[in-house]
Ligand binder design. Sequence first.
Ligand code: CU
Length: 188
Amino acid sequence: MTLGMASRKALAPLLLLGIFAAASQLQKSIAAVYKVGDSAGWTTIGNINYKQWAANKSFKPGDVILFSYNPQFHNVMQVTHPEYQACNATAPIATHTSGNDSITITTRGHHFFLCGVPGHCLSGQKVDINVPRTTLAPTPSVTPTTGTDSTVPSPSPSAASTLCTVVGTFGKLTVSVAVFAAFVSSFA
Ligand SMILES: [Cu+2]
């Protein structure tokens, strides 16, 4: 009984660790929604530094990038790197014009966006969403260790005792034989 209590106590931190690992794994898998420019949104007003805005974010595949703006004045165009650098809005990969565009980033690498309204990109309305290709720690597959730990078989005492009995029997037999031999030899 006391052994059972002790092993259960020992398992508690392991169980907590398992729950923590599962929770952190869950948190990793939940996609984040990033509103470009935060409360200011997607605009030319206030000279928002979108490069700086993106710099302290750690984007992951599955994250949603939300562009919030007045569609009368702005739009969102996904462009190539050269187009991003040159503020070239003539051949975008995709164009969004709803004013509330949720774009899910599914691939790693850079995703370049700019406003296609003339002059806006040049005044800084452009953003580079970079999902790092190499992560520092590749997400390991969580193996449930807590379940297996509790079922580790204790060394069977019956096997050991059986061996003892066998050895004991052999020992007794040997002694008996020796005694018998001595008994016989004394008469020889
Ligand atoms: Cu604009």
